[in-house]
Design a protein around this ligand. Structure first.
Ligand code: MTE
Length: 325
């Protein structure tokens, strides 16, 4: 099976840095400070070149979102370009190559959209997404986001603290976990017919993780509505966990008494633990987690415990994080 026999998230070297950046000699020289002036190239040499064709504005067509506040929670690090974040995606419902979601996710219809909330709560129900969001002001959170494949990005997400949404449904004392389910509709997601994963994609959190102030539900990024390939219309954003926890296109939220099934954990429990916390001390059985490549950068950087969010450490006090990875 795919999971056991090969890298489940295959990385080609050319994919680590977006090809346009990687191959663009001009940008490469600029990065080294060797611009036309630095190289002593005569101005007339450049003047002979036709101007580059005007590119459509990145994200054109996505509705802008009004945010009430913005928090920089990535240590002031440079944001990854929108173009990169929207063309290097994991979203297996739309294909397994990094460029597939941008090419194929246009078939997903994100309105009307409803979310079912069920299980151990006093106020379950099925809500239109716009009604689910209505009571809340949107905020922007700039978070680091690290994939288990050892690449990372810095993204200004727009959304709502997950705890605020969950509390609205009044979880009971039996609600020890929360699970999330992605839409499964082969008509809109034709590539799901090929198998690959056990659909629908599912994820789960312990209730205290879900209620942590850093846990976030995103509806947008870079000030605009989420592009389909990044999880529109509603996705989880868990900055201290590997990216696969951040489930896209959520249609169901369930409060559970028992630990719920999570797709990658279910496919290969020895490789993808339920917690999936970013931890440079616990390697994936087939590759190191000690360092990562920020997309668009040339060199790797060390990976930080909990992806650089030490405020979550108390959630795991007393736990053996080698066993509970
Ligand atoms: N959600 C669904 N439904 N299907 C997926 O294949 N991939 C996960 C996660 N959420 C995935 C998903 C993985 S492996 C990662 S790394 C992140 O989405 C990638 O999010 P991004 O494409 O916005 O960077």
């Amino acid at each position: 099976m795919l999971i056991k026999s090969s890298h489940p998230f295959p990385i080609k070297p050319s994919e680590i840095t977006p090809e346009s950046t990687y191959l663009d000699r001009r940008k490469f020289l600029e990065r080294l400070g060797l611009t036309a002036i630095g190289l002593g190239v005569a101005a007339c040499g450049d003047a002979a070149e036709p101007p580059p064709p005007a590119k459509p504005e990145a994200g054109a067509g996505l509705a802008p979102l009004k945010v009430t506040k913005s928090s920089s929670l990535a240590g002031g690090e440079t944001q990854t370009p929108f173009e990169t974040v929207t063309h290097y995606n994991n979203y297996y419902e739309f294909g397994t190559d990094k460029s597939d979601p941008a090419d194929n996710a246009g078939s997903l219809k994100t309105r009307p959209w409803s979310v079912a909330v069920e299980g151990e709560c006093e106020a379950p129900g099925v809500l239109a997404l716009d009604d689910l969001l209505k009571p809340f002001a949107l905020e922007e959170r700039i978070y680091r986001h690290r994939c288990v494949e050892a690449w990372s990005i810095v993204v200004p997400w727009v959304g709502i603290p997950l705890a605020d949404v969950l509390k609205r449904f009044k979880p009971t004392s039996k609600a020890k976990f929360v699970s999330f389910v992605t839409l499964y509709d082969p008509a809109q997601m034709p590539l799901t017919r090929r198998g690959v994963l056990d659909w629908p994609y599912k994820e789960g959190l312990r209730i205290d993780e879900a209620m942590h102030p850093l846990a976030f539900l995103s509806v947008g990024m870079y000030g605009k509505v989420l592009p389909n390939q990044n999880g529109a219309p509603l996705r989880l954003t868990m900055p201290w966990k590997y990216g696969f926890k951040s489930i896209k296109a959520i249609v169901k939220i369930r409060f559970d008494e028992q630990q719920p099934a999570a797709t990658w954990n279910h496919m290969a429990a020895d490789e993808y633990g339920f917690y999936s916390n970013v931890n440079p001390e616990v390697d994936h059985p087939r590759w190191s987690q000690k360092s990562e490549r920020r997309l668009g950068e040339l060199f790797k950087r060390p990976t930080l415990m909990f992806n650089g969010y030490p405020e979550v450490a108390s959630l795991y006090a007393g736990m053996d994080l080698r066993k509970n990875f």
